[in-house]
Design a protein around this ligand. Structure first.
Ligand SMILES: [Zn+2]
Length: 284
């Protein structure tokens, strides 16, 4: 199937209280793991790229392997650019065939965030590309964006309503207490605020910083309006651990294709598990 944007898949998810997994890929092998996991689970899926990964491989290389893998897939699939502050890179991804982008101007003052996010929506709409925008500051490290705990602040519900009414994003990422990377201690999620923002903005919510949350927290966030769940750090671990574990168990073998296959299986198993947890299995 050709790639599609996130709009229909997130609206379906929000209306049916499940979430679509957005998995950050690193290379061809991890993309293949996302695509095959989604097919096996018969789930809609979002292939997500960090800005860093796009810069590392180049947009042309990524779009070619994504299109090749998705062509034979039978489930709805979007290609989404995660946290991006650079309008030129956003434009490049839109022109290269990404079907969805995130503008992260959350470190800017409110009015500036609003203006930049609106500009990206205007850039994306004519190309049928969906847009995710962020409000508030999500703690942790995502790509080269470092947010210290003392700088993190939750999205304000009144500002969230104004922001969504003016920007009209297809997906909204308000900071509600989750963190990027690995949690230090127990996450304090502002469920009341999440529920209020989801109900009042009526925009499908993206849950960032999913790695390390326990199953019950995912389920609660999804029941309160999170229709997209981002999984990045978990895949970074599976990518390295899958590789290392195979080599440690067969340390005289030096057969790279077997190592790559072991890495693929480790990634795919973790992705299927999350798809089932988010309730999107069987929803393609
Ligand atoms: Zn994020």
């Amino acid at each position: 199937m050709p790639l599609e944007n996130m709009k229909a898949m997130l609206n379906n998810a929000a209306g049916d209280s499940y979430a679509v997994g957005a998995f950050n890929i690193l290379d061809y092998n991890s993309t293949k793991a996302v695509v095959q996991a989604a097919e096996e689970a018969n789930a809609p899926v979002i292939i997500q790229t960090s800005a860093k990964t796009v810069i590392f491989w180049g947009a042309a290389a990524i779009i070619s392997w994504v299109k090749q893998l998705v062509a034979s897939s039978s489930v709805p699939t979007a290609l989404h650019l995660d946290h991006c502050k650079d309008l030129d890179l956003i434009k490049e991804c839109i022109n290269s065939g990404w079907t969805s982008v995130m503008i992260d101007a959350s470190s800017k003052p409110f009015e500036e965030n609003l203006a930049l996010s609106r500009q990206v929506v205007q850039m994306a709409r004519p190309k049928d590309v969906s847009v995710e925008a962020e409000l508030g500051a999500i703690v942790g490290v995502e790509d080269d964006i470092h947010v210290k705990e003392q700088q993190a602040h939750l999205a304000d519900p009144e500002q969230a309503i104004k922001f969504c009414a003016e920007v009209k994003p297809d997906c909204f990422a308000p900071a509600v207490g989750t963190a990027h990377g690995v949690y230090k201690g127990k996450p304090k999620i502002a469920y009341d605020r999440l529920e209020e923002i989801a109900t009042k903005t009526k925009v499908p919510i993206a849950l960032h910083g999913g790695t390390g949350l326990v199953d019950e927290v995912f389920k609660k966030c999804i029941s309160l309006g999170c229709a997209k769940v981002n999984i990045s750090t978990q895949l970074k671990y599976a990518f390295i651990d899958g590789f290392v574990a195979y080599h440690n168990a067969h340390n005289t073998e030096y057969n790279p294709l077997k190592v790559i296959d072991a890495q693929f299986n480790e990634l795919k198993a973790g992705i299927i598990e999350k798809i089932k947890l988010f309730g999107s299995a069987g929803k393609a």
